[in-house]
Ligand binder design. Structure first.
Ligand code: BGC
Length: 255
């Protein structure tokens, strides 16, 4: 199995892309830590499913928009499995407002959940890797919008732009410690964050038509890349981004 015995934390691990990562990593033999802030019952169901298949998983109810939450999450990983190998800073939200109507509260919440969590998730995981004297991997779940504007979703874009530079700078700083930092940047994925678009046939058609491969990604499409990176097979990769977007960023009407 690709991840045999590796301990992996996935923040926001009980829904959307996070859940798909958890399932795929467990199937490959990883020891799983599912971080979540809501729907503990869903977390329990995911854990039961993993355990029934002979895998290992633990849930931690921790708000990763605070350093305390991240501390308790990393501590749970180490207390439960004795070590940490990979952290996937996946938790994320968006609110779909533009520059003229985003409130201070909305801005701060998005920055805290999307960017601050990845910043301190990277820091706490890196400190643990250094203490263990092992190499380690940080995967930050970014978005095509780390580089590509989405008008009407500006705070989200700004947070993902920050994640882009976090990964590049932390990757450079942590390279000498044998720690790698990589962004995974999905395009449009069929997850709760896109539920409104997916539920509206006209909007969904518009979105599908804008994607060169003609359809949204499924969460599993993103999870497979995360498992590949976590396996260490791409071990020369750091301080950069892997885009998985069906070509959406390069799409053009050709006029
Ligand atoms: C956003 C979605 C958007 C997609 C493609 C994602 O990062 O969360 O709202 O549909 O990018 O633009």
């Amino acid at each position: 199995m690709l991840l045999d015995g590796k301990t992996i934390i996935v923040t926001g691990g009980n829904s959307g892309i996070g859940e798909a990562i958890v399932i795929a990593a467990a199937r490959e033999g990883a020891n799983i830590v599912i971080d979540y802030v809501a729907h503990g019952e869903v977390t329990d169901q995911i854990i039961a499913k993993i355990e029934a298949a002979g895998g290992k998983a633990v849930g931690v109810d921790a708000d990763v928009s605070t350093a305390d939450g991240i501390h308790s999450m990393v501590k749970t990983a180490v207390d439960t499995y004795g070590r940490l190998d990979v952290i996937v800073n996946n938790a994320g939200i968006e609110n779909r407002t533009g520059i003229l109507d985003t409130t201070e509260e909305e801005f701060e919440k998005i920055m805290a959940v999307n960017l601050k969590s990845a910043f301190f998730g990277t820091q706490f995981a890196a400190k643990q890797f250094i203490t263990q004297k092992t190499p380690g991997l940080v995967i930050n779940m970014s978005s095509v919008h780390e580089d590509w504007p989405m008008p009407g979703n500006i705070a989200y874009c700004v947070s993902k732009g920050g994640t882009r530079m976090l990964t590049r700078t932390a990757g450079v700083e942590l390279g000498p410690h044998g720690i790698r930092v990589v962004n995974v940047a999905p395009g449009a994925v069929d997850t709760p964050i896109n539920a409104e678009t997916v539920a509206d046939p006209a909007k969904l058609k518009m979105l599908d038509d804008s994607i060169p491969v003609g359809k949204l990604a499924q969460p599993e499409d993103i999870a497979e890349m995360v498992v590949f990176l976590a396996s260490g097979k791409a071990s020369y990769m750091t301080a950069t981004t892997v885009f998985i977007d069906g070509g959406i960023m390069q799409g053009s009407v050709g006029l």
